[in-house]
Ligand binder design. Structure first.
Ligand SMILES: Cc1ncc(COP(=O)(O)O)c(C=O)c1O
Length: 396
């Protein structure tokens, strides 16, 4: 029976790995209407609370009046609007890079960059826990890929020492999307330079959240264009809109413009999204209180979890995963929280390694302390806490 899809689907259900969508009838925010029910949500990547910010939405409306809705064509045909251009220039200034290129989204940016820069003779070194789009990009480009141990600079050094490829690219998430920890980017930049290679950072979860001005890991660790030649960010998370960008040298951006197939062969982002992102960028840079507030919430939550003895992973970013282990158990806990009106997503294999299912709790500057109190109170309920700690005890 060549196309017996139901058996595979059934197997997925039995192992607790089945995914189901929920339907949302409200903007992103702490309070969301999900499947027709008012929920307190801790699972969006809208870290700064900009996805439904009045000024961002107003700019979008205005730009939709000016440009209409659709991008209409690819950037290289007739889809590259003034709004796209202004956003690229503003992002170049923000990141301190020569130039920026916009992509339709982060997944496509990663596919485009890696396949434009790397070929069969080259070597790509990826952190084991890199985002799926980076791993897929390695496969698509046909490059010889290696995955070094998570955040393990010595393991990477050993691999680099043994490799004599002409071009070497080290690529890492800036903030790991399912773990919330930060890559050792300074050490990675040094290694790249010692081996005449390049470093690429996908800072999808760092931009807006880290650094005094929201410039992400590059700002936090002061890495310039030479140390970090390929800097990628997404616009659908802290920026609250949609799309992605790559920042780097003139030569890098021209290379991507000529050779990145996911840039060339796709319709440009709607110009109004680019215009709205310009407003997001202004807010992100100038309203530092959003990052301060976010850090306060994170600290408050971590202290609360510590008092409850809950197994939080070590993270200083808005991604605060509670380790569960068993995939089925993570679904059960998420359902218990859902029953109490709280949305937290269970993250299971293959998104994370087997045996490391977790609840991915995320915070936004739009949350308030009373929201965190409600989450902590719910996690402390005996029926919920027991499910988390029993599972954890079995593991340790
Ligand atoms: C680290 C990382 N890179 C890339 C992406 C993809 O970005 P986008 O959603 O814009 O496609 C994501 C998540 O969506 C991510 O977490």
């Amino acid at each position: 029976m060549p196309f017996d899809l139901t058996t595979e689907l059934l197997a997925r259900q039995q192992t607790g790995l089945y995914r189901r969508r929920k339907t949302v009838d409200s903007p992103q925010g702490p309070d969301m209407v999900v499947n027709g029910r008012l929920m307190l949500a801790f699972c969006s990547n809208d870290y700064l609370g900009l996805a439904n910010h009045q000024q961002v939405v107003a700019r979008f409306r205005q730009a939709a009046d000016d440009y209409g809705l659709g991008g209409g064509a690819s950037h290289l045909v007739v889809g590259h609007s003034r709004a796209h251009h202004q956003l690229e220039e503003a992002l170049a200034e923000f990141t301190g890079r020569d130039r920026v290129l916009l992509f339709a989204n982060g997944y496509m940016a990663n596919l485009g960059v890696i396949s434009a820069l790397m070929g069969r003779q080259d070597a790509l070194f990826q952190d084991r826990l890199n985002h799926a789009s980076l791993l897929d990009a390695g496969q698509l480009s046909g490059v010889r890929s290696q995955r070094y141990q998570h955040r393990d600079v010595d393991n990477l050094r050993t691999r680099l020492n043994k490799n004599d490829s002409w071009r070497k690219l080290i690529v890492t998430d800036g903030v790991f999307s399912m773990d919330g920890d930060i890559a050792p980017v300074t050490a990675l930049a040094e290694l790249a330079s010692q081996h005449q290679g390049w470093l690429m950072v996908d800072d999808a979860h760092g931009f807006g959240c880290l650094g005094n001005n929201g410039g992400g890991v590059a700002e936090l660790y002061g890495l310039d264009q030479q140390q970090l030649p390929v800097l990628m960010g997404t616009l659908g998370k802290a920026f609250g809109t949609y799309g992605a960008f790559v920042a780097g040298s003139e030569a890098l951006i021209e290379t991507l413009t000529q050779f990145a197939r996911t840039y060339i062969y796709t319709t440009a982002l709607p110009p109004a999204v680019a215009a709205a992102t310009l407003t997001s960028l202004e807010i992100l840079q100038h309203q530092g209180w959003r990052r301060v507030h976010l850090q306060e919430l994170i600290h408050y939550f971590r202290t609360g979890c510590e008092q409850l003895g809950l197994p939080l992973l070590s993270s200083s970013t808005p991604i605060q995963p509670l380790l569960v282990g068993c995939a089925n158990r993570s679904v059960q806990i998420s359902q218990k929280l859902y029953d109490q009106g709280i949305m937290v997503t269970p993250i299971r294999p293959p998104t994370v390694p087997k045996g490391t299912a977790r609840l991915r709790i995320t915070f936004s500057a739009a949350h308030q302390r009373h929201h965190v109190d409600r989450l902590l109170d719910t996690l402390a309920m005996p029926s919920v806490a027991a499910l988390i700690t029993d599972e954890h005890r079995e593991r340790v």
